[in-house]
Design a protein around this ligand. Structure first.
Ligand code: DAH
Length: 348
C-alpha cells in the first residue's frame, strides 16, 4: 500500500476511535497514539524517505491535510465532551431553593442584660459615659475610698470572697466612683457616668440572695448639682423601667458614701398605688439607694468639695427584673434554664 493510502486508512481508523471516545482523557490518548512522536501517522511518514523525490511534496501535502483534519476533529470532540460534562455536573448540583432550610435557632440576650442595656440606652441618651469597673478589686477602692474605713460597722453587711487580705471580689459597684473621680478632668466638663456589672457577697443563697448579682452605679459631679437633679434623673429612670405613670418618693437612709442618703421608692406598677400583693399593701416599692456624694469621697479622690458636688445612686437589675416580671426566686437568673430564659424576649 502506498503512503497516501496508508494515511487515508490511518485517518479513517482514528476517526472511528475518536467517535467512540467518551472522555477527554480517552481523546488525549488517541491524539498521542496518532499524532505523537511515536504515533501511527508519524511512523507512516517515516516511510517518505523511500519514496521517489518528485512524489514527496504530494505526500507532504496529504500528511498535512490528514494531521489538520484529525487535530480539528479531536478538538471539536473535546469541546463537546467538556460541554456535556459541565451540563451533567450542573444538573447534578441543581439546588431546589423551595426546599425547607435548616432551622437555625436564634439566640437572645439574658433578661438581666436586657434590663442593663435598657438602662444604658437611657443614660447614654442623656450624655453619660458607660464605664466598666474591675470585679477583682482592692480593699482600698471597695471600702476605704468610698468612706468605709477599716472597722466601719457598715462593712459587716458586705462580707465577700477574699483573694488576699487586700484583694477581694467587689461587694458593690461603688469603687468605680473613686476610680472615675480621680481620673476625671473637670476642666473638660462634668462627670456623668453609669457603671453596670457583677458584684459578690458572702451570702447563703436563697430566694432573694445570691452570692453573685448585678448592680448599676451612677454618678454625676459638677458645679451646682443639687438633690433636685438627683430626683429628676431617678424619676426618668423609674418611668423608663416601670411605665410613664410612675412617681417616686425619697426616704431618708444611710450610706457611708452619700450625705444626705435616700432610699428611693417607685409607685406600684401593678396597683398604681392603692395597695396590692406586689407592694405589700403600701403602694410603694423600694428600687434603689442614692444620695448626695459625701465630701470625703470627693476629697479622697482629689476633687475640691467646696467647688464640686453631685449625686450617686446604686440599683440592682436583678431586683428590678424580679419586680417587673414577677420572678420569685433570684436563683432563676443564674441556672441557665432555657425554659425560664426564653420567656424574656426583648421588645423591638
Ligand atoms: N453600694 C450600695 C450597696 O451596694 C448601693 C448604693 C447606694 C450605691 C447608694 C450608691 C448610693 O451609689 O448612692 O448597697
Amino acid at each position: 500500500m502506498g503512503i497516501e493510502e496508508q494515511l487515508t486508512t490511518v485517518l479513517a481508523k482514528a476517526v472511528i476511535e475518536a467517535d467512540k471516545a467518551e472522555s477527554v482523557k480517552e481523546l488525549e490518548t488517541i491524539r498521542v497514539s496518532y499524532l505523537g512522536k511515536k504515533g501511527e501517522i508519524t511512523s507512516v511518514l517515516k516511510g517518505v524517505k523511500d519514496v521517489a523525490p518528485e512524489q514527496r511534496p504530494v505526500i507532504g501535502k496529504k500528511a498535512n491535510e490528514v494531521r489538520d483534519e484529525l487535530t480539528t476533529l479531536l478538538s471539536h470532540k473535546k469541546e463537546r465532551l467538556e460541554k456535556e460534562a459541565l451540563e451533567r455536573q450542573l444538573e447534578k448540583e441543581t439546588i431546589d431553593v423551595t426546599l425547607p432550610g435548616k432551622q437555625v435557632s436564634k439566640g437572645q440576650t439574658h433578661v438581666l442584660t436586657q434590663i442593663m442595656e435598657e438602662i444604658e440606652d437611657l443614660f447614654l441618651g442623656m450624655g453619660y459615659q458607660i464605664i466598666e469597673g474591675n470585679e477583682v478589686e482592692s480593699d482600698h477602692y471597695n471600702f476605704e475610698r468610698v468612706n468605709l474605713p477599716q472597722n466601719h460597722p457598715a462593712r459587716d453587711m458586705q462580707d465577700t470572697f477574699y483573694i488576699t487580705p487586700d484583694v477581694l471580689l467587689r461587694t458593690h459597684t461603688s469603687p468605680i466612683q473613686a476610680r472615675t473621680l480621680e481620673s476625671h478632668d473637670f476642666s473638660k466638663g462634668p462627670l456623668k457616668m453609669i457603671s453596670p456589672g457583677k458584684v459578690y457577697r458572702r451570702d447563703t443563697d436563697d430566694a432573694t440572695h445570691s452570692h453573685q448579682f448585678h448592680q448599676i452605679e451612677g454618678m454625676v459631679i459638677a458645679e451646682n448639682i443639687t438633690m433636685a437633679d438627683l430626683k429628676g434623673t431617678l424619676e426618668l429612670l423609674a418611668k423608663k423601667m416601670f411605665g410613664e405613670d410612675r412617681e417616686i418618693r425619697l426616704r431618708p437612709s444611710y450610706f457611708p458614701f452619700t450625705e444626705p442618703s435616700v432610699e428611693v421608692d417607685v409607685s406600684c406598677f401593678k396597683c398604681g398605688g392603692t395597695g396590692c400583693n406586689v407592694c405589700k399593701g403600701t403602694g410603694w416599692i423600694e428600687i434603689l439607694g442614692a444620695g448626695m456624694t459625701h465630701p470625703n469621697v470627693l476629697e479622697m479622690s482629689g476633687v475640691d468639695s467646696t467647688k464640686y458636688s453631685g449625686f450617686a445612686f446604686g440599683l440592682g437589675p436583678d431586683r428590678i427584673a424580679m419586680l417587673k416580671y414577677g420572678v420569685d426566686d433570684i436563683r432563676n437568673f443564674y441556672l441557665n434554664d432555657q425554659r425560664f430564659l426564653k420567656q424574656f424576649k426583648r421588645k423591638g
